[in-house]
Design a protein around this ligand. Structure first.
Ligand SMILES: [Zn+2]
Length: 363
């Protein structure tokens, strides 16, 4: 087959097609909700990605925005014969026009039976949050610490902030009232296990029990040690959900299924970043991203015969999920819950409690 262009520097090749046929075709459910995907009109970038930033953090080098039409084409290619709907969000960065990027999704999502999470400006008051939730297709918000202030040099200036700094109580009150969905990317170098994160998440659950809290990337627990330190602390609360996006580690998926269970885990890709070709390796609490493209972060390349066998990160993630499910003997209905039903349930709750759109004057 001729390679099909996916996005940015990534193509879909015969290696990917063979990987799908061997590992995924017979296992991946036919209906899928991708509960964590980023879609943005590239024209809405305000500040150019500087060379310094590309060098500073690997995600900066990979994160080229993808628009909705290109996203459709990729999904069709990587999920052959599947019906995929998305919970889409823009890129949570002040380098983009946040308001227009949110509006873009409100136009694009309903036509595809997708839903949108609006990127939350920490300075919005309750009234403004309610207005956002009333907009077409919006079921909740995506808060993020780098929205506390723009820094051209680093996205980590606010890494150590408190969850309530960028997900303020005045927003949570309104989100709670409307049973909204919040995809929470936890701050701090220590990730989910940091005591302040665990304390804040418990406080959200206590004070705002009707918010659907979805902790992104298992709380950024990409290594087994982080997962062991963080997940058990939140395992007992049936109202806390996790998305498994951007997690490639089979041991983390397995531990999450054991600790959290399949009714509280949502499948997500974190695309377009996970169209990256390569693999990830772990050591203790660190990991290294391998890829066949000459990025700055990709200094230690693997031998070319190994690189030639690389497939998409999102396929490696799917295989890791599959292996964990099979090891644990999970039933088909449980797999379907992870890939579709859990997300659907949270979408339905949010849609049912959505504020009425008060008309054009209010936009
Ligand atoms: Zn993401």
């Amino acid at each position: 087959m001729k390679p099909i262009h996916l996005h940015y520097v990534w193509d879909y090749t015969r290696v990917d097609r063979a990987f799908w046929a061997e590992h995924l075709e017979d296992w991946v459910p036919h209906e899928i909700v991708d509960a964590h995907t980023h879609v943005t009109d590239p024209a809405l970038r305000l500040a150019p990605m500087m060379e310094e930033m590309r060098r500073q953090y690997w995600v900066n080098e990979l994160s080229e925005p993808i628009d909705a039409a290109a996203s459709d084409k990729c999904i069709e290619t990587v999920f052959p014969g599947r019906r995929v709907r998305c919970v889409a969000m823009g890129l949570p960065s002040l380098a983009f026009d946040i308001e227009k990027a949110n509006q873009y999704l409100q136009r694009e999502c309903p036509a595809r039976e997708w839903h949108a999470l609006s990127v939350l400006r920490p300075e919005w008051d309750g009234e403004r949050v309610a207005r956002e939730l009333a907009k077409p297709g919006v079921i909740g918000v995506k808060p993020y610490y780098s929205l506390l202030g723009y820094d051209a040099e680093t996205r980590d200036r606010f890494l150590e902030s408190d969850i309530f700094d960028f997900l303020p109580h005045r927003a949570l009150e309104v989100l709670n009232h409307h049973h909204a969905w919040v995809t929470l990317h936890v701050p701090k170098a220590e990730r989910l296990p940091h005591p302040d994160n665990l304390r804040a998440i418990r406080e959200i659950r206590r004070r705002y029990p009707d918010v659907s809290v979805v902790i992104a990337h298992f709380g950024r627990c990409y290594t087994e040690l982080h997962a062991r330190d963080g997940l058990p602390a939140l395992a007992d609360d049936p109202g806390i959900y996790f998305d498994n996006s951007a997690v490639l580690n089979p041991a983390v998926h397995r531990l999450a299924f054991e600790q959290i269970g399949p009714s509280r885990i949502l499948y997500g890709t974190d695309n377009p970043v996970f169209y990256t070709r390569g693999r990830r390796q772990w050591q203790g609490r660190t990991y290294v991203n391998r890829t066949s493209h000459p990025f700055h972060f990709n200094r230690k390349r693997e031998p070319s015969e190994i690189e030639a066998r690389y497939t998409l990160y999102m396929y490696e993630a799917l295989r890791a999920i599959k292996d964990a499910c099979q090891d644990l003997g999970m039933r088909r209905a449980e797999v379907q819950a992870v890939f579709r039903d859990n997300a659907r349930r949270l979408i339905e709750r949010a849609v049912k409690h959505k504020p009425a759109n008060r008309g054009a004057w209010d936009r």
